[in-house]
Design a protein around this ligand. Structure first.
Ligand code: SF4
Ligand code: SF4
Ligand code: SF4
Length: 249
């Protein structure tokens, strides 16, 4: 049986999610037993136009990105959004609070950028705002183990499981004292789990990098917040780094 051909593509991103995969080191050898990596700019020179599974890192910021990602979608049987920039727009969506033309004026001043397609930007979009996404690997950066699990599921023709419960569940399993008790504000109650609550377990509040739950339990969250004289609106207003537009809250 031939191995599925896999390609990685980057859009607006820090490339940290691809780096997580490159950092699989000797486990890469296991991975290439299962798949044929035909394009991965961060680690190899070769590039092929034919692939079965496309992993997309980064957000869509320009018309030229839109054209490129639509072309990739046409070629790929399965398209996977890789990391917060791709799955939810991530840190790149912070820019959407300002008018793009004013941002360009502030950043580039009088430099001649008009008509240059590289500077022709629009408000940041996550990948699924442009093309159909089949599967998501959340996080900033992604978790390597989760990436491996998703690849194995795809090869076996299964749907990769993504938790539908909040980070608080994992945090409680880790027997942490809630950070609200320490006067810190944590987005764990409304954020999709899957990271084993790594931030609160290490004393830092969750910033929501895995995105807001599809169905946040607003009433339950409000009950928790009541104990600390906080409101759900306060929680939404803390969605600053990864979920700036708060569409899902
Ligand atoms: S999700 Fe985070 S680590 Fe991944 S590319 Fe975007 S900014 Fe970098
Ligand atoms: S709010 Fe944060 S610290 Fe508290 S239980 Fe939930 S994830 Fe843990
Ligand atoms: S705890 Fe929150 S911010 Fe930290 S990795 Fe998990 S989802 Fe991301």
């Amino acid at each position: 049986m031939s191995k599925p051909k896999v390609a990685f593509f980057d859009f607006a991103s820090c490339e940290g999610c691809q780096l997580q995969i490159a950092n699989l080191e000797e486990e890469i050898l296991d991975l290439i037993q299962l798949v044929d990596v035909v394009s991965f700019r961060e680690v190899m020179k070769e590039h092929a136009e034919t692939y079965d599974i496309a992993f997309i890192e980064g957000s869509v910021m320009r018309p030229m990105d839109e054209e490129r990602i639509k072309e990739i979608r046409k070629h790929a049987k399965i398209l996977v959004a890789l990391g917060a920039c791709a799955t939810i727009g991530g840190v790149n969506k912070i820019r959407n609070q300002w008018d793009v033309e004013n941002v360009k004026k502030d950043v580039y001043g009088d430099a001649k950028i008009k008509g240059n397609k590289y500077f022709d930007v629009f408000p940041t979009k996550s990948v699924d705002e442009v093309v159909k996404v089949d599967f998501y690997i959340h996080g900033c950066p992604i978790n390597r183990d989760e990436f491996k699990k998703v690849v194995v599921s795809l090869i076996m023709g299964k749907t990769p499981e993504i938790p539908t419960y909040p980070v608080c569940v994992e945090c409680k399993k880790n027997e942490n004292v809630c950070l609200f008790e320490q006067g810190k504000f944590c987005l764990g109650p409304i954020t999709r789990a899957g990271c084993n609550a790594i931030c609160p377990t290490n004393g830092s509040p969750c910033d929501g990098c895995r995105g807001i739950l599809d169905k946040p339990q607003v009433e339950c969250v409000q009950e928790v917040l009541d104990r600390y004289n906080l409101t759900y609106e306060d929680m939404k207003n803390r969605c600053i780094i990864y979920n700036y537009t708060k569409e899902e809250c």
